[in-house]
Ligand binder design. Sequence first.
Ligand code: C5P
Length: 148
Amino acid sequence: MALRVLEKRSALLARRCEELRTARVVVGAAIVRDGRLLAQQRSYPESHAGQWELPGGRVEPGEKPADALVRECVEELGATIVVGEHIGPDVPLKKDMVLRIFAAELADGEPEALEHNAVRWLTAGELAGLDWLPADRVLVPALQQLLN
Ligand code: C5P
């Protein structure tokens, strides 16, 4: 009986690992300037309106993650970034997607909320208290480390 349960759990785990291996990547930018991190406040869908996230979005088929991140930041913020190192763990999202965050710096333009409610520059001390999207919240310790 115990062996049956273990086999079942092992099969579930294997399936979950495969789902994560083949998951579509959503990229996010941890843009830092003068010791502060840029966050943006979502206006949609209704369930997430008002919550905060890092700028970013889905990597299109055939697109490199860094290129997707630059594209998304131009669309969402009207600013060009330089993409740096991958930080923190990949965080599972719904529908076989994972959120992957990269450190970034501004190269050109002043970020504006073109598709969101607002943008805000946060100190390390403000990160934990913000109403983040669930996946972005998982990354708060890695973001604090990036700022400190
Ligand atoms: O912005 P977009 O709708 O393309 O994002 C795809 C998915 O990734 C959404 O479910 C969104 O909530 C999620 N996401 C996230 N954190 C981010 C960016 C996107 O959880 N920083």
